[in-house]
Design a binder for this molecule. Sequence first.
Ligand code: A2P
Length: 319
Amino acid sequence: MESIDIYKVGLGLWKLPESECADIVYNAIKIGYRHLDSACDYGNEVEIGKGIARAIEDGICTRADLKITSKLWNTYHAKEHVELAFQKSLSDLGLTYLDTYLIHFPIAQPFVPFDTRYPPEWIMDPESETPEMVIAPVPLQETWQAMEALSEKGLVKEIGICNYTSGLLNDLMAYAKIKPAQLQIESHPYLTQERLIRLAKSYNISVTAFSPLGALSYLELDMAKQSESVLEQSVVVKAAERLNKTPAQIVLRWGVQRGCSIIPKSSNLNRLKENISIFDFCLSDDEMMAISALNINKRFNDPGDFCEAAFNKFYPIYD
Ligand code: A2P
């Protein structure tokens, strides 16, 4: 069995309600989480910061024990806005540095001042009669160079990207002076992304899988149906029975055992404990292969779908 790397399971903070967020972060740290995955767009960084501060004040951990990620939102891609957005996340979180800062999407949108709206989300002018998402002509190279400047100033230990395809990654590697340390992508048994993960590893980039439980994250958003849950698949259920674990633990273990970090979200203390308790068992090679074979390239988080459905803009990025 491999040694336990507690940073391999982070707490995903997307959709954690503001009212419960500080307590959930505090309790997660108390039960052993040391990796927190935040973003400007999640709208709860002040509350996350309160949970972190309480855990440190209570002596549960030190700042150095934690790996804290945040992400640059689409409206701050221009070079003059990248540090501004970074500093806003940093001060909301109550921190003096970040472990990791990632470009959230390879999508640039026009700047929205903090006092107009924060987080700005996807729609340019929500009050307009025809609210829609707007695109800004900012090349990703410009944004990456501003990310490099954050790293050079010592404000962040690692920089990286999310939701990049292999084409964008190859391009980034051609111009990056500071290479990306991390790639964060949607990945679960219905979207294994084997080639992209292999490419990232060949560049020495570590991969974090978001939505590691697949459809579950999207039920509350009406972006998935219960019937699309991977937890009911017989190969998952059988492995759970063999190992006396829950189906969710099997799917999460598969995510870690294939070499990724995972960031499942839960607002329930029992499920938080369950999700981090995946280091005392191993899936067999056959089980790993059978779970990987469930792949149907099913993406739940696809701007090519939701930008048109919700923000009046057809804007595919994966095709
Ligand atoms: P809850 O917060 O009620 O636990 P994501 O894929 O974005 O990380 O979201 C995970 C989704 O799966 C959330 O809706 C979460 O709901 C649910 N969930 C998290 N852990 C478990 C688990 N161990 N078993 C079943 N559902 C889970």
